[in-house]
Design a protein. Structure first.
Length: 553
């Protein structure tokens, strides 16, 4: 007994141990996996006057892309030393313009350089020659990177998206790099103009990124709309010069960025540092774009439901952006063609001074009150109904009843919105009907009932007995019967048989009403026929057949 108990206890302890182990693994293993794949990178756009100087860092390794103008070299070197940098793993010169290579000669003297990548073009410029001499004096390897060549530093990987070999100007020879860490990326474009942007897009190069270093300091002929759409960044950094005389970035570029809700940062406000940690992107820099897109603004209307009155509906508009009411001086309002029933629209359009793009709001326009123009009783005791049509409605609901208050005996029919008349059929005689109608628009709503109109059906007509007036049998045995027509009837039933009592062998044919007063039939030879006739009318009880006539061939 005690042995069995001991075995059960051991099994229970093992079971509890494995359950706890599984729980711990589920709780902490995902964190271990995240840490194993986690990465860190930062991008700092250093203020470099009118030039570019981008420092990429990952796990204590560095890549410096361009070095600004030589007048800002001291500030750049001071900043790099403040970070405790003694070695720069990679130096990249995107192209040989002075505002991109101006500080390299000093940087090569102050820091240990691992490897250098350069644009394939050169320029007759003192600062460029000084850069090349410093590069040779340092003795570090240098080369022109090829298309899709890649290298790594820390957790980051650099890929050359464009090697500068297709350019015909210095700017068109700018290297384009993509730096990636944890599926987050930065695209650095040097001074690449839109002429080359379009060519590279046509080649199908993937520029998708999270952060874009805006080309050519925000010049109008860079960062074209198609290129920004292909990059689709959430952030953009512009290296530009301080001072009242600076002409970059251009308003057209800032507007293109604002229309795409790309957060824009500028080195005119100081160094711009963006951190990439475990796939998250953060920055302490302040956005700097004077233009705002209204696409994300909210529009409040003074009224959301109107009734069509034949005039354009123009609700008052209030525009709110980031919780602040936008002054009407910053936009215009387009009311479109809000006249007929349906969904009306208000479009708010920025005046391009501060606010760009547009936002809109919809409202409902219900059909106006329907109007019945005619309700007449036809010869066949039907109501011919006519009304005034309305533009934009889906259809009309018609109700008719013997009860003026429409509380009971109500019949409902629906007709298409394009119709202007209908016929109410199968009505009993000598009955007064009340009729009303209203228009409706699908997914919008209904209009008000029209004024009630009335129509009374005719009294039940009296059918008179009909008898044949003439009979004529020609040589070909064709019988022609004639009778006097009854204007009250809808038609006639004619019966014939070989049996005078019409008990057997009876045939019945129908003749239409109106002006019809003859019936023809071919008869067989050597036979005796009996014919009789009676009128009929829908809704009127049948009367007896008239006098029987005998026809013998």
């Amino acid at each position: 007994m005690s042995i069995n108990f001991s075995l059960r206890m051991k099994k229970s302890v093992r079971h509890i141990f494995f359950v706890c182990l599984i729980f711990i693994l589920q709780l902490y293993l995902p964190q271990f996996i995240v840490d194993a794949n986690a990465g860190q990178m930062s991008m700092t756009a250093i203020y470099a006057g009118r030039g570019d100087c981008i420092l990429m860092e990952s796990e204590g390794h560095y890549m410096l892309v361009d070095s600004g103008v030589n007048t800002e070299t001291e500030n750049i070197v001071t900043y790099l030393k403040s970070l405790g940098i003694s070695k720069i793993d990679y130096v990249v010169s995107t192209h040989p313009d002075g505002d991109h290579v101006g500080g390299f000669a000093r940087i090569f003297k102050e820091f240990e350089i691992g490897e250098t990548f350069c644009s394939p073009c050169s320029k007759d410029l003192d600062v460029f020659y000084a850069f090349m001499e410093a590069l040779k004096a340092e003795g570090c390897p240098y080369s022109n990177p090829s298309y899709l060549q890649s290298w790594s530093f820390g957790d980051a990987t650099v890929t050359c998206l464009y090697d500068g070999t297709m350019g015909s100007t210095y700017n068109e020879c700018s290297l384009v790099l993509k730096v990636t860490c944890d599926d987050r990326s930065v695209v650095l474009t040097g001074d690449l103009p839109s002429t080359m942007e379009e060519k590279l897009l046509a080649m199908g190069i993937d520029f998708k990124c999270d952060v874009l270093k805006v080309g050519h300091h925000g010049a109008a002929l860079s960062s074209c709309a198609d290129f920004l759409d292909a990059c689709a960044p959430s952030m953009a950094v512009i290296s530009s010069e301080r001072g009242n005389e600076t002409t970059l970035p251009k308003p057209s570029v800032l507007k293109r960025l604002a229309r795409r809700f790309i957060k824009t940062y500028r080195t005119t406000d100081g160094n711009v540092k963006i951190n990439f940690v475990n796939g998250e992107i953060t920055t302490d820099a302040q956005e700097n774009n004077p233009y705002v897109s209204l696409k994300n603004a909210s529009v409040t209307l003074s009224q959301n439901i109107y009734t069509c009155n034949g005039s354009e509906q123009r609700p008052d508009v209030t525009v709110t952006y980031n919780g602040q009411v936008v002054s009407p001086d910053n936009y215009t309002v387009d009311y479109s063609d809000n006249v007929y029933s349906g969904v009306g629209s208000v479009k708010v359009i920025g005046n391009e001074i501060k606010y760009l793009s547009s936002c809109s709001a919809d409202f409902l326009i219900l059909p106006k009150q329907a109007k019945i123009t005619s309700a007449k009783i036809s010869r066949s005791n039907e109501i011919n109904l006519k009304w005034t049509t309305q533009n934009g409605v889906s259809g009309y609901t018609i109700q008719y009843s013997k009860d003026k208050k429409f509380k009971k005996h109500v019949k409902t029919i629906k007709v298409d919105g394009k119709d202007s008349k209908t016929v109410i059929k199968k009505l009993p005689y000598n009955t007064k009907y009340y009729i009303r109608m209203r228009a409706y628009t699908n997914n919008v709503g209904i209009g008000n009932w029209s004024k009630t109109v009335s129509a009374k059906t005719k009294k039940q007509p009296k059918l008179d007995s009909v008898k044949f007036a003439k009979k004529k049998l020609n040589k070909s045995k064709e019988l022609k019967l004639t009778w006097k027509t009854d204007k009250n009837c809808d038609g006639y039933f004619i019966q014939y048989s070989y049996d005078k009592s019409f008990k057997k062998g009876v045939k019945t044919v129908r003749a239409s009403g109106g002006k019809t007063s003859t019936y023809k039939k071919h008869l067989k030879k050597k036979k005796t026929y009996y014919f009789r006739i009676r009128p009929y009318k829908m809704g009127v009880p049948a009367i007896n057949y008239g006098k029987i006539i005998k026809v013998r061939t």
